[in-house]
Design a protein around this ligand. Structure first.
Ligand code: HEM
Length: 139
């Protein structure tokens, strides 16, 4: 991969992550800004609809968790396999796979963050904070 394509891929990774953050924040802004205890009892039709879509088991919220996890696993195992097995050596330099690892793991973590709908508490949140620690340790 030459310098041009390397820069292009990094820019694309960056744009996709920023677009995901901005897109989800904008789409769910009214819902995410509601206090947690009010979310279940919203009487406004539109917010009620948003709750059904965006809460962690809602259609969008749940899929964000599922696909975010898949992205993290893909980013993890593709790098590990490329690094360890000689037969994959021809599939590009390891540093490009590390970029891909960072991209998929960051995108996946962002999706998992929105999956939580910013509700941090209880035993299940230990999993989320563990992910945050792994992510920060990567940085
Ligand atoms: C969910 C998030 C992440 C998980 C689960 C994760 C997991 C891992 C694992 C298991 C390895 C070891 C791979 C191996 O040597 O076979 C690794 C390596 C690494 N990761 Fe991540 N990572 C995550 C996010 C990040 C992020 C956000 C960054 C940087 C911004 C990052 C940077 C690195 C670096 C620099 C290495 C070392 C590469 C090497 O020495 O070969 N990771 N990561």
């Amino acid at each position: 991969m030459n310098q041009f394509f390397h820069k292009l891929s990094i820019s694309l990774y960056f744009i996709i992550i920023i677009a995901t953050i901005l897109g989800l924040s904008y789409y769910g802004r009214a819902y995410y800004n509601l206090p947690i205890e009010e979310r279940y009892y919203t009487s406004t039709g539109e917010l009620n609809q948003m709750h059904k879509l965006l809460y962690p088991s809602g259609y969008i919220g749940h899929n964000l968790g599922i696909y975010g996890t898949i992205f993290i696993l893909l980013g993890l195992f593709s790098y590990m396999i490329r690094k360890r097995y000689k037969i994959f050596m021809e599939l590009g330099a390891l540093k490009y796979w590390l970029d891909f690892h960072i991209f998929l793991c960051t995108l996946g973590s962002v999706m998992v963050l929105f999956h939580t709908s910013f509700k941090f508490g209880g035993i299940i949140s230990i999993g989320f904070w563990s992910l945050v620690i792994v992510w920060v340790s990567g940085l």
